[in-house]
Design a protein around this ligand. Structure first.
Ligand code: GRF
Length: 226
């Protein structure tokens, strides 16, 4: 006979089963280890999201193979085939719209997106960045952190706006910088942070706990402070 507790648990499980997972479109340019962490998280029966498709601007990105191995459809839009950035953005926007995702996830996507595209997906596009934003936007974050003698570093998930790496912060994880750290040892530890915080932020969004409203990210109705 089922106890009250276990029948409630069964009810909760069937609710999770009944509600549709949030469909993700993940944009990559390279190795795709964050994509892999997201695919792995989505494999859990109770995870509220599913990777519906992966898009890369780099035909040789290894992340495309990771997607194929997981049975996820892949698309390539090679930025070199477009004369103007706006044409590339337009093609990307149309493809994503066709796929009708609940959330667009940038995971090591190395193209700067223009205003029209970021406005179109405002509040439903996230990025992961290897620094404690607003510090160290842009490239080579690990080397710059070391050159500045910082004693802390980390990773940030944020909503995407038209300003590079400057959208409202959703979640960060910090790590201490060790005296013998190199850019590659730091990169490795920051990656581990990313694999933890990105799926968590996606799950918040997918369950309706996370919103962007008037340039502020809210979790459970309260503004998120970096
Ligand atoms: C990550 O460090 C991410 O923060 C940055 O690009 C890197 C992508 O790595 N935007 P991977 O392709 O997910 O391995």
């Amino acid at each position: 006979m089922c106890s009250v507790k276990s029948s409630k648990a069964i009810e909760a499980l069937s609710l999770v089963k009944l509600s549709e997972p949030c469909q993700l479109v993940v944009l990559i340019s390279g190795n795709g280890t964050n994509l892999q962490a997201i695919i792995d998280a989505c494999a859990a029966r109770t995870f509220p999201a599913k990777v519906a498709a992966v898009i890369s601007n780099e035909p040789a990105a290894y992340g495309l193979q990771r997607a194929r191995d997981a049975g996820i459809s892949t698309h390539v839009i090679d930025h070199r085939k477009f004369d103007r950035r706006t044409e590339f953005d337009g093609r990307l926007k149309n493809l994503i719209d066709t796929l009708e995702p609940g959330l667009v996830v940038l995971a090591g996507f190395m193209r700067i997106l223009g205003f029209d595209l970021t406005e179109h997906f405002l509040g439903r596009m996230m990025n992961i960045h290897p620094s404690l934003l607003p510090d160290y936007p842009g490239l080579n974050t690990h080397a710059r952190v070391l050159a500045d003698g910082m004693n802390e570093h980390g990773a940030s998930v944020h909503f995407v706006t038209s300003e590079l790496d400057a959208g409202p912060i959703i979640l960060q994880k910090r790590i201490p910088v060790q005296p013998n750290d190199t850019p590659s040892t730091l990169a490795e530890r920051v990656h581990q942070c990313e694999y933890e915080i990105y799926p968590r932020a996606i799950a918040w969004f997918a369950t309706g706990r996370l919103h962007l409203k008037t340039s502020i990210a809210y979790l459970d109705g309260a503004p998120i402070k970096a």
